[in-house]
Write a protein of this length. Structure first.
Ligand SMILES: Nc1nc2c(ncn2[C@@H]2O[C@H](COP(=O)(O)OP(=O)(O)O)[C@@H](O)[C@H]2O)c(=O)[nH]1
Ligand SMILES: [Mg+2]
Length: 204
């Protein structure tokens, strides 16, 4: 849940990049860190061990400036996608306000995407959240690999696999090249802030 500092008019919210291991979550954050310099308010922190695999998480703080007189701060996190790090994923999901699900377009990763989405649904349920209600966007990453002749999952198939029931905004992307990264983030921010605004209305 976002932190509201009413006295100083600051809102701090948390967006988590979720998805299967090696799908491109860390690459999204790296691109954001390098590209949106004005909004980046601190260092990107990656807690890594064993080579460059994310075993814990990445963290990136952003400042969006003032929206309706309120200073909006954003914390971006990634989770480790590998199946065995379930407990870390649960921890990082605590208090989440919005989610970007990064799916891997590689044909060989089709099952992993679906399993990871199910894992997300399960972990949200455990903190009494519904995947159908949380602000969620999907990103179909690594589309650039098509030009290398690598077999990718067609976009319509990804939609059917992952978004048939959810019906949330989805974006083809290449986190490596930066295509679609900004659009994904902006849509996530929009949905997340809108959702918080609705919740605040209820709380009044
Ligand atoms: N070609 C290509 N490679 C990518 C893309 N996104 C990530 N990768 C590569 O895929 C691997 C895993 O990416 P990473 O961001 O560490 O995945 P994570 O486990 O989800 O954090 C790395 O070698 C990246 O360079 C992309 O859009 N296109
Ligand atoms: Mg990572």
């Amino acid at each position: 849940m976002a932190i509201f500092d009413m006295k100083n008019r600051v809102i701090e919210c948390k967006i988590v990049y979720y998805g299967p291991g090696r799908g491109g979550k860390t690459t999204n954050l790296k691109y954001i860190f390098e590209t949106f310099k004005k909004q980046v308010t601190g260092e990107m922190v990656s807690i890594n061990t064993r080579g460059d695999r994310t075993l814990f998480f990445d963290f990136l703080p952003l400042g969006l400036g003032k929206i309706r007189g309120c200073e909006v701060k954003l914390q971006l996190y990634t989770v480790p996608g590998q199946v065995r790090y379930k407990s870390t994923r649960k921890l990082v999901l605590k208090g989440v306000d919005g989610i970007v699900f990064v799916a891997d377009s590689l044909l060989v990763r089709r099952k992993h995407n679906m399993l990871s989405l199910r894992d997300l649904q399960q972990n949200l349920k455990e903190q009494n959240m519904s995947i159908f209600k949380v602000p969620l966007v999907l990103q179909y990453n690594k589309r650039d690999l098509a030009s290398n002749g690598i077999p990718l999952i067609p976009l319509q198939v990804m939609e059917r696999d992952l978004n048939r029931q959810l019906k949330v905004p989805s974006f083809p992307a290449s986190a490596l090249k930066g295509t679609g990264v900004g659009r994904t983030l902006k849509e996530s921010i929009k949905l997340t802030l809108h959702h918080l605004q609705q919740e605040l209305k209820w709380a009044k």
